[in-house]
Design a binder for this molecule. Sequence first.
Ligand code: HEC
Length: 111
Amino acid sequence: MQRVIISLLLVAVSNMLADDGALLFNGNCVTCHHINKSISAPSIKVVKERYLSAFSEKKEFVKYMSLFVIQPDENISIMRDKIQEYEIMPILGYEESVAEEIASYIFETHF
Ligand code: HEC
């Protein structure tokens, strides 16, 4: 019984985290990164594809994307052509855990 309760709790917590990722992404990133269209920034599809081709493992993907989101810097960019095209992404001042949650949501989501 105890094990059932614990696993139900774990499912509830992971659902909450997944929802947070969606909320955070939609509230903070979509204004610039539209799903399909590249207008003021490359679309999230384009960004995700580029990151996946460099970091196919979730752990690496999340680590490197969060690093950039916390502190956008040309030296760690894997999309320098996009910096030329749009200028570098502004610093948005996220905590590491928040940036990681968003990056994890991007990795898991089929856009
Ligand atoms: C004010 C507009 C703006 C917002 C808001 C924004 N971005 Fe960006 N982002 C850009 C632009 C412009 C680029 C392309 C230039 C660059 O790579 O810095 C970019 C590039 C990126 C890149 C590619 C980095 C690289 O390797 O060069 C990632 C990853 C990224 N954004 C993630 C996010 C995430 C996640 C969010 C939400 C937390 C977000 N961005 C919010 C404008 C924005």
